[in-house]
Design a protein around this ligand. Structure first.
Ligand code: GLU
Length: 483
């Protein structure tokens, strides 16, 4: 058998959405699993909505997620060009061929006529479709209309009473009747092909063996099959993957939060976490384990484990995945990944002013707490900002015995190298003053940070150092008359 060749064919009419990323990923995974090839081609025939910026952003998102491809838009290859608007001559030539073989015809109907027909059919309760008014226009009539300045579209002549069957690799056998489909436009009057036409020509010319795409294109498939048949092209295999739903079982949309890959990147989801999570949106790994490396997923990925039922996008699960992946980074790598987020913080210069040792303490303190990398901002304000006092923290500071703890802490705080030494010191205070650990930690935490909860105190003190810790404490003591 020939090597498998698949493609991802985004329309650059917006950023890469989660659904698109999942389609791209499934193509990537199956190509890698089968040691086949992946093509990335740009379907930009919607001239009003297509933008180069989106194209660039889509490619960047795919690369960021960790995908690569053999042929395509930013890479070139034997089927160059990979942008449909640069392939118009090919579509025009095949459309011409279809007209000559009697499978397509020129249509001179105006927008108004088409709209009228559409409304009449709706009124009668029928599926709106083109009823074929221009199907049998005589050459003389055609000539006349052309002379009148009407530029025609080219319509495909849908065969009558035909049944089209697809053995979809995910959905099983799907049958379509040609009666439900009206003659459809393949070339618009401006010489631009429609999606259903261009997609077939490209898939054939690019040697695509398997079309793996979103379920919403299933209804387009019969039109495409008709074109394959009319041009006597061998059709590829099809696999339509299910919709992605939000937690409320509605189609995923902006209401469900971030929808584009860039938004997830900006929040600080790790690409490897999102990759793993997306792979599980509609595909079930053979074992119990869900945290899987790219290699493990590639090894296990087959279309027969792709589900027919819709996938549910569960943000809590993605958060959990991201946290697991962050936990697995070593401290140095964590620091590297956090850098772009720290640089954007208003406290960036204070962070930079810290030494390497303090950077490491800070990283150790947040390592197990970050859900997304952008959460670092919260922690930077605690470590490097001025304390903002929560009412509950103020209440704690007003309790009896608090000033003694603070005074004792300040008077005996030793010089230290490591946060562990502070940990031991805090423990010793409890013993010395015969109070519970909580009665040591809470007053100190509240005085030093203004908050009831947060990162371990010994890391905070470790980052501040002895002098700054005492300064902070003094400021709190003054503010709340705890001297
Ligand atoms: N350009 C289409 C889209 O973005 C691709 C459809 C297909 O894969 O055939 O939805």
């Amino acid at each position: 058998m020939n090597r498998m060749k698949v493609r991802f064919a985004p329309s650059p009419t917006g950023p890469l959405h989660i659904g698109g990323a999942r389609s791209a990923l499934f193509n990537y995974l199956i190509a890698r699993h089968e040691q086949g090839q992946l093509v990335v081609r740009i379907e930009d025939t919607d001239l009003d909505r297509s933008r180069r910026e989106y194209e660039t952003e889509i490619i960047e998102s795919l690369r960021w997620l960790g995908m690569d491809w053999e042929e395509g838009i930013d890479k070139g290859g034997e089927n160059d060009p990979y942008r449909q608007t640069e392939r118009l001559e090919m579509y025009q030539a095949y459309a011409q061929q279809l007209v000559e073989s009697g499978h397509a015809y020129y249509c001179f109907c105006s927008e108004e006529e088409l709209e009228k027909e559409r409304l009449q059919l709706i009124e009668k309760g029928e599926t709106p479709r083109y009823l074929g008014r221009c199907r049998s226009l005589s050459p003389a009539m055609q000539e006349e209309k052309s002379k009148a300045g009407i530029i025609p579209t080219i319509r495909f002549k849908v065969p009558e009473n035909q049944v089209y069957v697809v053995n979809d690799l995910v959905r099983g056998q799907v049958t379509f009747e040609s009666e439900t489909v009206g003659d459809f436009i393949i070339m618009k009057s401006d010489g631009i092909p429609t999606y259903n036409f261009a997609v077939v020509i490209d898939d054939v010319l690019m040697g695509i063996t398997h079309v793996v795409r979103a379920e919403e294109h299933l209804t387009n498939t019969p039109r495409q099959l008709m074109i394959y048949e009319a041009l006597r092209f061998k059709r590829p295999e099809f696999a339509h993957i299910s919709l992605i739903l939000g937690n409320d079982r509605q189609k995923m949309s902006k209401r469900h939060g971030a929808t584009s890959v860039i938004q997830y990147r900006e929040k600080g989801y790790l690409p490897e976490a999102l990759f793993n999570f997306l792979a599980l949106l509609g595909w079930a790994p053979p074992g119990e384990e869900e945290i899987l490396s790219q290699e493990q997923i590639i090894t296990a990925f087959t279309l027969d484990r792709v589900s027919r039922s819709p996938a549910v996008f569960d943000i809590d699960k993605l958060n959990w995945f991201n946290q697991q992946y962050i936990k697995r980074l070593d401290i140095e790598e964590l620091h590297t990944r956090l850098k772009p987020f720290i640089e954007k913080s208003p406290l960036a210069s204070r962070f930079e002013a810290l030494g390497n040792r303090e950077h490491t303490f800070l990283m150790e303190a947040v390592h197990d707490r970050l859900v997304c990398l952008e959460d670092i901002n919260e922690y930077l304000s605690v470590f490097l900002g001025e304390p903002v006092y929560e009412p509950e923290a103020v209440e704690v500071l007003n309790q009896e015995g608090v000033s003694e703890v603070l005074k004792y802490f300040a008077a005996n705080l030793p010089e230290f190298e490591q946060p562990d030494e502070i940990k031991a010191y805090l423990k010793a205070i409890g013993k010395e003053l015969k109070i519970k650990p909580r009665e040591v930690f809470m007053p100190l935490r509240c005085a030093l940070t203004g908050q009831m909860h947060g990162v371990d105190l010994h890391y905070l003190i470790g980052v501040w150092g002895k002098a700054d810790t005492l300064k902070r404490l003094q400021a709190a003591q003054n503010k709340f008359n705890l001297d």
